[in-house]
Design a protein. Sequence first.
Length: 356
Amino acid sequence: MPNRDRELSEPIKVAQVAPSIFPVPPLNHGGTERVIHDLSVGLRDLGCEVTLFAPSDSACPVPRIGSLPSLQFLEKKYGSVPPSLPSVLETVRMEEVRGLLATFDVVHFHGEFFHAVTLGENRRRSLTTIHWRVDELDRELFFSAFQDLPVAAISKSQEAALPVANRAGVVLHGVDPARFEPNLAPEPYLAFIGRMTDQKRPDVAIRVAQAAGRPIRLAGTIDVGNPLYFDTYVRPHLSADAAYVGPVDDAAKNDLLRGASALLFPIDWPEPFGLVMIEAMACGTPVIAWNRGSVPEVVEHGVTGFIVETEAEAISALSRIDELDRSVIRARFEARFTADRMAQDYLDIYRRLLQR
């Protein structure tokens, strides 16, 4: 990477390096890839020279490098694939990055682990965003070996689990407001969007909706890491009033969220951010979220939704959702969670890295 001092007015040459699982932007899946797409476009609009390293089936409208398609594409084409294929895709991606490191001022990685070795002495002019929890043993061992790797947290909750030496700042996610249309006259149903897993607890969402006497529509993919969860804990409770609609693309997600009276977010893990919460707010839809991880940083209690501890509190909160002004919820989203704001926050971190 260039070692010369840069004037802040000069365009920054930045690479965004995506994982290899889904294209950018994703189809029916992948909050990480959606964030990378919006960030790349936002940085381009701020005057950065952006290059995206991503699967070849990506469609993000910035210069892209990637010789191989996504794992999702390959699984759809070939059916069963070797279990080592994700490592192969990641290795090829790192080789593509390594060959061009000297042409960028900052390289921003959204995957994990392999890139730290690829960067070598260039780690201090890189940035890593981890879109997952960072409080488990694998990350602990990783960070202990790479104390010079700058990491941007996606919430203060996530940052608290990062070693101080790695902390480069906190950037809350943002999304493009144009993708979501607010609606001031919702239908009675509730919405749930997320992986069908015990971390997201769609079964709790169904119970709460039933107890509150409201229909619910659930969307999301069945978790490949826990495929039996859906059949065991969700499918037996589906009915005309608790409908599973499967994975949703951008248009279907917008329709589902804007029509809902509220989004239920009954997480049972230290959620590092929770993109669907701000997508609901972009539609003016209030969020009923359990007090875990980043939730208190995203939901403004009594303004954009309610933060609860139990199912009983969630049921009580649903009786109060008409007290919340959906136009105010949209306005709070526009003030706090746009892609433009996210891009500017990351640009500020890039500049600090270059000055250092």
